[in-house]
Design a protein around this ligand. Structure first.
Ligand code: AMP
Ligand code: MN
Ligand code: MN
Ligand code: MN
Length: 288
């Protein structure tokens, strides 16, 4: 967080529900957001828009301004990148087909990860079963199984020991190319935001190359303030936003209550030197 600036967020444009790898269903997520004073909320599940209709209904009931979103995984120069689409149309055929295709890829990959875990003596099929029961099979589901089975103390350790790239339970996935993902978000009339630019482990020049290409493909904003983001990372991303004329987006990347990092609605406010993505989303009337 940005030190002394860290205050209650009034808008949270990056959250997950149980429709991907969050633990709260969309209505419970909205309830918690409203309790925390969030006035505008985006649900941005991984590769799924299934939670958008119930989240929209819950937001109407709670008088929270709803931003329909999605977080799409894709590939750029061999690196996995996440793009948050905001104001997407949850009923648009191209986006639905795109998500369905990623759902199939994720299931195939989960099967491979299950076999890899079995190969190192773990009960792979049992560990992967919960992930294979839901539409969006993620490594987070597998990490929760590993913790529940006593194979890791917490989610971090599950990723460190088994699920990170290069670890025994990891299987790669052929994500769509960045350009294809940007087309998909553009095709729904959505606004594209590069998610957590500081988490890719890219050098400053690599990150600048990514941002340049992202902008050329129609990208509108960068996440400049996220829960748990350090001051130097935020400064680095803000510099890129100014250099490339991109707006700033903010959010928690919330997944579940009880984890001290990524708390819903708690992160630094958007710095005044950065133009807010809310302008592109039509949220200015809220004074946000
Ligand atoms: P997947 O999209 O299936 O590859 O799963 C990636 C998800 O795992 C991310 O969306 C995060 O929510 C979660 N994740 C990745 N790394 C970690 C970590 N070190 N600790 C906890 N969760 C993680
Ligand atoms: Mn996640
Ligand atoms: Mn992400
Ligand atoms: Mn996320």
């Amino acid at each position: 967080m940005n030190g002394a600036d860290a205050t209650e967020g009034l808008i949270d444009l990056h959250t997950h529900s149980s429709c991907s790898d969050g633990t709260l269903d969309p209505a419970a997520l909205v309830q918690l957001a409203a309790e925390r004073g969030v006035r505008a909320l985006a649900l941005t599940d991984h590769d799924s828009v299934a939670g958008l209709p119930p989240a929209a209904a819950a937001c109407r009931a709670k008088d929270v301004c709803f931003v329909p979103g999605v977080e799409l995984s894709c590939e750029w120069r061999g690196q996995e990148i996440h793009i948050v689409g905001l104001n997407v149309d949850a009923a648009e055929a191209g986006l639905l087909e795109y998500c369905a295709q990623l759902g199939r890829l994720r299931r195939e990959r989960m099967q491979q990860m299950s076999e890899r875990l079995s190969a190192v003596g773990l009960p792979g099929a049992a560990l992967a079963a919960p992930a294979l029961r839901v539409p969006v099979a993620t490594r987070t589901h597998l990490a929760r199984s590993l913790v529940a089975g006593g194979f890791a103390r917490d989610l971090q350790e599950a990723f460190e020991r088994y699920l990170r790239r290069g670890r025994p339970g990891y299987a790669a996935i052929a994500w769509p190319a960045l350009g294809r993902t940007m087309e998909c978000i553009g095709g729904t009339g959505g606004v594209a935001v590069l998610a957590h630019p500081h988490r890719y482990g890219l050098s400053t020049s690599q990150l600048a190359a990514l941002v340049l290409e992202f902008k050329a493909l129609g990208g509108a904003g960068l996440e400049v303030s996220l829960a748990g983001m350090g001051r130097s990372d935020s400064d680095r991303v803000q510099t890129l936003a100014r250099r490339f004329g991109l707006a700033g987006s903010i959010g928690s990347d919330f997944h579940q209550p009880g984890l001290p990092w990524r708390p819903l609605g708690r992160f630094a406010k958007l710095p005044s030197a950065i133009s807010p993505i809310t302008t592109s989303l039509g949220l200015t009337s809220l004074g946000l």
